[in-house]
Design a protein around this ligand. Structure first.
Ligand code: FMN
Length: 161
């Protein structure tokens, strides 16, 4: 299985999980970055990101290379924003929708409370698939690490192999 881990992270939780995932799968990583960064702290972080997600904005991403022919599966990793996928992940999925349809798609969402199920369902719909092959939801795995979360990530890796 040739795997690509595509991730967007604002404050490091998704980045942490995506790194472990990529290492465990022997996968390449594509880290998405919007051209205009979102604030990384304070009220501005919640206002800007939340508004962007609720409005369904698709912020322009820094140029990236996505060579779909080189992969059998893609794992989309993103934080939940206002019960939705973080806006930069929406940009990627909209831009690559046609290409993603032929591939095995899974997703990993991190959140601090709730909303990930809804966000995962939205993203699957945007990607044009009825459901992801596998999903994993983690509560702030970098900010609040635990052996249980590491175990969940390990099991997720086994399922994707
Ligand atoms: C704009 C914004 C909106 C958020 N909305 C939610 C939410 O609806 N539900 C939730 O549980 N966490 C929410 N969070 C918390 C993040 O999903 C959570 O901390 C996540 O692990 C952050 O990942 P990151 O560190 O990779 O950016 C929100 C965070 C931000 C910045």
């Amino acid at each position: 299985m040739r795997s690509l881990v595509v991730s967007y992270s604002l404050t490091g939780n998704v980045g942490w999980a995506a790194g472990i995932l990529a290492k465990g799968l022997g996968a390449k990583q594509l880290c998405l970055e919007p051209i205009v960064s979102y604030p990384q702290k304070g009220l501005g972080m919640f206002l800007h990101g939340g508004k962007s997600a609720v409005l369904g904005e698709t912020p322009v991403l820094k140029p990236y290379v996505f060579d779909a022919a080189g992969y059998d599966q893609v794992i989309l990793c993103f934080p939940v924003w206002a019960g939705r996928p973080a806006a930069p992940m929406l940009t990627f999925v909209r831009e690559q929708r046609a290409t993603l349809q032929g591939m095995r798609l899974s997703a990993l969402a991190t959140q601090s409370g709730s909303g990930a199920e809804k966000a995962l369902a939205r993203l699957a719909q945007e990607a044009g698939c009825s459901a992801f092959f596998r999903t994993l939801i983690l509560i702030d795995p970098r900010k609040r690490p635990s052996p249980e979360k590491e175990g969940q990530l390990d099991r997720f890796i086994q399922e994707l192999r």
